[in-house]
Ligand binder design. Sequence first.
Ligand SMILES: [Zn+2]
Length: 233
Amino acid sequence: MPQVADLASLQEYDDILAGLTAELEEARADLEDDEALQAAQAAATEADEGCASLEREQRRLEGEIDGLVAKVEREEKRLYDGSVRLPKELEGIQQEVASLRSHLSDIEDTELALLDKLEEAEAAREAAREALAREEAASNEKHERLGVAIAGLEGRIEATTGERETCTGRLPSTLVAQYEDLRRRKGGVAVTHLRAGACTGCRVSVPPSARKRALDPEAPALCPNCERILVGY
Ligand SMILES: [Zn+2]
C-alpha cells in the first residue's frame, strides 16, 4: 500500500481509537457511579434506625407500665387485705394509688402517641426498603449491561490497535515518528485531505504547487499553512 494511504489509514485508526477510548472511559465512569444506590442504602439504614429507636422507647415504656401496674396492685391489696387498719394510713395508701394511676395514665398516653409514630416509621421503613430493592435491581442491570459494553469496547480497541500496528509496521519509522509528532502538536489530527482546493485541517486554500505535491501517493506532502500531512486524492 502506498505510504500516504497508510498514513491516512493510521489517522483513521487513531480517530476510531480515540472514539472507542472515550466511550470506554464513559462506560467505566458510569459503572463506578453508584450515588443513587448509596443514597437508597443510607435512607434504608436511617429508616431502620428510626424504627429501632422507637421500638426501644416502646419497650422502655412497657417496662415502666408493668412496674406501675404491679405497684398499684400491691398497694390496692394492702387497702383491702386488712393488714392496714389506721384510717390515716389507709388514706395515704389511697392517695398513693390515685397518684400511681394518674402517672400510669400519662405513660399510657405517651405510649399511644409513640405507637402512632412507630406506625409511620414502619411505613417509611417499608418504602425505603422497596426503594433500595429497586435501586439494587437497577444497579445490577446496569453492571450487567455496562460489563457487556465494556468487554465489547475493549475487544474493538484491541483489534483496532492490532490493525494499527500492522499499518505502522509497513511504514518507515521516521515517517511514523513524524506522524506521531504532528498528532501531538496538531490536536490529534496529523493527516488532512484536500477538499475543493482547501485543507480539511485548517480550511485554508492550498496553492496549486502544493496541491500537485499532495497527489503523489509515495511522497507525503505537507499543507503549507498548518503543516499537517496533506493527502490530495
Ligand atoms: Zn492545513
